[in-house]
Ligand binder design. Sequence first.
Ligand code: NCD
Length: 304
Amino acid sequence: MRHLLSPLDMSVEELDSLFDLANDIEKNPDKYKDACRNKKIATLFYEPSTRTRLSFEAAMINLGGQVLGFSEAASSSAAKGESLADTIKVVSCYADICAMRHPKEGSALVAANNANIPVINAGDGGHQHPTQTLTDLLTIRSLKGKLGGFTIGLCGDLKFGRTVHSLINALLRYDDIKFVLISPEELKVPDYIRDAIEEAGCEYEEVTNLDDVMGDLDILYMTRVQRERFFNEEDYIRLKDSFILTKDKMKEAREDMLVLHPLPRVNEISVKVDKDPRAVYFKQAQYGVYVRMALILKLMEVEV
Ligand code: NCD
């Protein structure tokens, strides 16, 4: 049984083949429209989501399959005290694959250990978010034509931002990547992520000012300050507007720099930047559907 708990669960070769499949799905959607007929995905969301849950559901529907699930813990039996292990055993009787988002780090592993169907980690607390990373990598590969050989700035909440952790882990396997980690002191990447960068011998710098590095970047990955993971509201209010990408700041950027954001955006990118052709975050959300379609096919071992 294959699960996807971390972006490292797939080798670089497997990722390449996944992205080729996603690009083919983009070009020839009709070819795949019955690939998962009579199959069901359960989406178990114990935390809020728009893109991740809906893109999984859209992905399965595009493949001719069906969806079931819940979008908040309060409407599941977790509210009655059921354990995650029991829930997942039961869901295994109803669906062929499941995507789960949960506020606790490590919950996806607990689910996988108790499931009889493939489990996809759709975000476990502040830990990892591998399918966002697949989306990010497919976006970069499709728009830049390669993975590797670039300087990527990751900006915002690098401490609690699980998309950042997964993306760094995944990019460490490609050649010639330089990370510029842009955050307030309090929101720097956790030690385990810095250790992974150092162990991989990858070049990186940690800075607190976006303007100083803007012109060096091939990719700027903006993130939201993760309010729900703060211990107190005062700290959130103090830090929430640490970085705001504006049209003026974009003037300092390279002409071919891409701006990515996992979304949701709060305040960190001015809406006036949206029209800039370098701002690709809505395109990125579209790639999220293709890559999740490809992932469902791979994990369910469906050949088309
Ligand atoms: C991200 C998440 O849930 O971690 N959202 C998403 O899935 N696109 C980013 C965020 O919430 O800031």
